[in-house]
Design a protein around this ligand. Structure first.
Ligand code: GAR
Length: 211
């Protein structure tokens, strides 16, 4: 009988309230076949609400503020070093609002995954929900993708649409998008953790689960 592979070790980076982190932790908790565990949660914003979810789940936390470093490079080097202490296999950006350079990505090649609140390539950047609302689109949504060196650009793993309502505010629309993200991000992290994500250029294929 062959042994089950060890669970993938996840680092999750957050800048905000961390509802996506909470959804991921719950999904792992509920699914014995998930194939991953969160070993560290990192943030660029000391005191970020997302850290509370980590602490409640007894997960180590790492706080690395840009303001405490001479430049972005020093900040990122410190973030890489502090995360690496926990030997993650996959890095999940769950509302992490800073760009990561090629140095970071080279450390975890095709293993950094992001959730973005729009149907990429529309509305890249930090204000995707407000930008979609201001543009007047009727449909926006959620995209989970692998991270490359361009902003909100890497190969797309999954997307789901969300209708925009006439009376939507940024908050109401973002809430419905987050409800989708809370399913889509854990599903994609599970696929990546189980080695079911094959990348060819911009194209991602989902491989059958091995028995
Ligand atoms: C999520 O909607 C995520 O897609 C977005 O931040 C929110 C974080 O929510 N990320 C971006 O806009 C990145 N460009 P959360 O802290 O409640 O998980």
């Amino acid at each position: 009988m062959s042994e089950a592979p060890r669970p993938a070790r996840l680092a999750v980076l957050v800048s905000g309230t961390g509802t996506n982190l909470a959804a991921l932790l719950a999904a792992i908790d509920e699914d014995p076949a998930f194939g991953a565990e969160v070993v560290v949660v990192g943030t660029d914003r000391p005191g970020a609400g997302g850290l509370d979810h980590a602490r409640a789940a007894d997960v180590a936390t790492v706080e690395v503020a840009l303001a405490d470093h001479v430049d972005r490079r020093a900040w990122e080097d410190e973030l890489i070093a502090r995360l690496a202490e926990h030997e993650p296999d996959v890095v999940v950006l769950a509302g992490f609002m800073r760009l990561l350079s090629g140095t970071f990505l080279a450390r975890w090649p095709d293993r950094v995954i992001n959730t973005h609140p729009s149907l990429l390539p529309a509305f890249r950047g930090a204000s995707a929900v407000g930008d979609a609302l201001a543009y007047g689109v009727k449909v926006t949504g959620s995209t989970v993708h692998l991270v490359d060196e361009e902003v909100d650009h890497g190969p797309i793993i999954a997307q789901r649409a969300v209708e925009v309502r006439d009376d939507d505010t940024e908050a109401s629309l973002h809430e419905r998008i987050k409800a989708i993200e809370h399913e889509l991000l854990p599903r994609c992290v599970k696929l990546l953790s189980r080695g079911q994500v094959a990348v060819e250029g911009r194209h991602v294929r989902i491989l059958e689960a091995s028995k």
